[in-house]
Ligand binder design. Sequence first.
Ligand SMILES: [Zn+2]
Ligand SMILES: [Zn+2]
Length: 115
Amino acid sequence: MQTNGQPASTEVHCPRCGRILKSEKSIKRGAGEICLRKMREAEAAIKLNAKPEQIAKAYEVIELHAFDRTAQGRYDIISGDATELYDTTKDTCTCKAGQYSKLCYHRLVVAMLSA
Ligand SMILES: [Zn+2]
Ligand SMILES: [Zn+2]
């Protein structure tokens, strides 16, 4: 057994990436900060029954930061071709799919950001 000065038994690994958690906060939460965020986002997507392509698009919006928070739980989200801005909450969206009360990836973005 390798100890490197620290007993191996105190090592806590992140369940997502397997890295050893170093900060006390992360150890308490049981996962690294970024991974915890990603796991929460994935959970939010599963809850909404989002399709894989919707999840991929939502991640793209989040990564490109193609949104503006306008109020608590309310965002302006830039459309895929960057020509429109959708006023989106967890339950509503001004895009075409949203007008038919269908789940669109814009709403998914809001759900993931509020997760
Ligand atoms: Zn991790
Ligand atoms: Zn939408």
